[in-house]
Design a protein around this ligand. Sequence first.
Ligand code: 5GP
Ligand code: ZN
Length: 113
Amino acid sequence: MADCIFCGIVEGTVPSEKVYENDKVLAFRDINPAAPVHVLIIPKKHIPSLLEAEEEPELMGEIIAAASKVAKELGLAEKGFRLVNNCGDHGLQTVYHIHFHLVGGRQLSWPPG
Ligand code: 5GP
Ligand code: ZN
């Protein structure tokens, strides 16, 4: 989709540090990491937010599977991690191409602010 930064990352016109890729899903390092490990997992297809995910259950399953794989590959299995989706204004979503934050490598707090 034009003017979407994450579509640009999928297409390769925007640089990124990729950590995993298959035909449907891409995972890359967040440019402004909130933890020692902070990876964004996205569908290659442009889906604006979790509100549209109801139409894409198989693709959402691919994202969860990729998160499981990447978490293990990046050494997060022993201590654990968090997988987060921010949706809409109250959720503080800033990029409207659905993405899941895989965050770990330090003790996290709960509940979120
Ligand atoms: P949101 O607030 O929408 O849940 O998260 C968007 C995330 O995308 C933020 O953590 C931000 O640092 C990250 N981000 C924004 N632009 C870029 C970019 O061009 N490259 C990468 N790797 N991450 C980005
Ligand atoms: Zn997009």
